[in-house]
Design a protein around this ligand. Structure first.
Ligand code: FFO
Ligand code: GTP
Ligand code: MG
Length: 437
């Protein structure tokens, strides 16, 4: 299988101005020579007529050849940059498919080969997948850090420190009863491992920020029926996502839109109004509302100021912004227990509300340090590494047990970058990609 030469459309939806078809594997040279008449000079975009075996022209386009090992995959690779029509692409695919040992790539297979050939490690590959999926500026910046090896270099340097510590401990164990051992290395080793423990702890505290950037900041609109929750959702989304009526209990399902606030992905949820439910459907709606409220990073608790009771917002465990609604028709100056007041009719207060969401978000995310983990997989391995380091530092234990804990810690780091023992993970990671990457 892995010996096959693979091809795929690597550019986007067809039709397009130009389509990029990638090829990688041992038959690349043959295929390029057959289709383009010759193999163009390495890495130089060269205009060629692309022909079927029977001599008829498919198209004329740019051909690039990347000889192994200096290619994205590390194998011989090539690109055909042709006119992006379904018919041109199909004709090329049919011609490629007819070559023995050439087949269409599976999703992520080019990246898988780059990994197998040591071109990219797992963190870089996950970063690449995130980069392709990125929709906001902060997602892009985080993904670029990861795909360019910033995080990998940090983890490699930590793994090296663990290895060096183990080597020094082994030396101490081996020569413990000889006279010419240099003075105890222990102190040096444990000072550095203590420092590493502190660095890891601090690094792990940023994991939540990484997840917020990658997966979004969850903001849930909650409040009594008719408070104006769905109206606010529509105003922030700038489209009619939710049904709005003057009937209390209109919204039942949890509705959701993605917003981009200051370059951050904000996942905004509209929920059923909270009250004593009047039927099975509404009851289920409220149950679902309570469920997303429990998972929220921030709750916007809305209160209709024309009938406000000014009670306590019945939300606990989460950050809450109290928002007074219908400022356009409410008497009074909007004073009350509100963090801010809005009118979805006049749009008053909406700019302030977006800024308040951004402020709460930025309290949780330091956007200057992006060498931070963003996936549960990374976080879990880091926690395992930290646990093993703590076990190694814990008194009392023999040096051999401490060394074994340092080995476990190093392996946990190695699994993040894919340098050790990750066979079972690979299919999951690469299946996230689209075909052609
Ligand atoms: N047309 C085109 N544009 C593209 C890509 C591509 O494959 N084709 N890329 C696809 O992802 C990205 C660029 N990534 C690339 C990464 C490595 C190599 C490469 O040839 N690496 C060699 C040589 C490095 C060098 O000369 O500096 C190597 O690593 O040995 C090429 C593209 C984005 N733009
Ligand atoms: N004047 C005025 N009316 C508003 C405002 N926001 C909402 N409304 C009205 O209030 C009523 C209820 O609005 P919805 O957005 O459906 O309220 P909701 O909180 O989603 O209600 P449920 O889904 O039933 O929980 C509708 O008639 C809206 O037009 C506002 O800022 N000003
Ligand atoms: Mg509603």
């Amino acid at each position: 299988m892995s010996n096959d030469t693979i091809y795929a459309l690597s550019s986007g939806a067809v039709p397009s101005g130009v389509a990029v078809i990638r090829l990688s594997g041992v038959k690349t040279r043959d295929a390029v020579e057959m289709l383009a008449g010759d193999v163009p000079p390495p890495r130089l975009a060269s205009l060629r007529t692309i022909r079927l075996r029977n001599g008829s022209t498919i198209d004329s386009g740019l051909v690039l050849f990347f000889p192994s090992p200096a290619s994205f995959t590390g194998e011989d690779s090539a690109e055909f940059q042709l006119h992006g029509s379904r018919a041109v692409i199909n004709a090329l695919f049919e011609e490629l498919e007819a070559i023995d040992g050439v087949r269409m790539a599976a999703e992520g297979e080019f990246s898988r080969r780059a990994f197998d050939n040591g071109k990219l490690d797992l963190v870089e590959i996950e970063g690449l997948a995130d980069l392709i999926a990125a929709e906001t500026e902060m997602q892009r910046r985080l993904a670029v850090e990861h795909s360019q090896g910033k995080l990998s270099r940090l983890y490699d340097s930590w793994a090296e420190r663990l290895t060096r510590a183990r080597a020094l401990i082994e030396a101490e164990l081996d020569f413990a009863d000889e006279d010419d051992v240099p003075g105890s290395v222990s102190e040096l080793v444990w000072t550095d491992i203590g420092r590493l423990q502190a660095e890891l702890k601090s690094h792990l505290t940023h994991a939540q920020a990484g997840e917020i950037i990658r997966d979004g900041f969850k903001v849930v609109i909650a409040g009594a029926p008719n408070a104006g929750k769905s109206t606010l959702m529509n105003a922030l989304a700038r489209r009619e996502v939710a049904i709005v009526t003057d009937i209390a209990g209109t919204t039942r399902d949890v509705l959701h839109v993605d917003l981009d606030i200051n370059g951050f992905l904000v996942k905004l949820y509209d929920t059923a109004g909270l009250r004593e439910a009047k039927g099975r459907v509404e009851k289920e709606g409220i149950r679902r509302a309570e469920q997303v409220i429990a998972e929220a990073s921030l709750v916007l608790y809305l209160e209709d100021m024309t009938k406000a009771t000014h009670g306590v917002a019945p939300i606990t465990n989460t950050e809450v912004l109290r928002v007074g609604t219908k400022a356009d028709i409410s008497a009074g100056d909007g004073s009350g227990p509100y963090d801010l007041t809005i009118s979805a009719v006049t749009d008053a207060g909406l700019v302030t509300l977006r800024a308040a969401i951004a402020e709460r978000l930025e309290q949780q995310v330091n956007s200057h340090n992006l060498a931070i983990p963003s996936r549960k997989r990374q976080k879990d391995s880091l926690a395992e590494c930290l646990g093993a380091i703590e076990a190694a530092l814990a008194e009392p234990a023999g040096l051999d047990i401490k060394a074994e804990n340092l080995r476990i810690a190093g392996n946990a780091l190695g699994r993040i970058t894919g340098r050790v023992d990750v066979e079972n993970l690979l299919d999951v990671i690469f299946s996230e990609f689209c075909i052609g990457k």
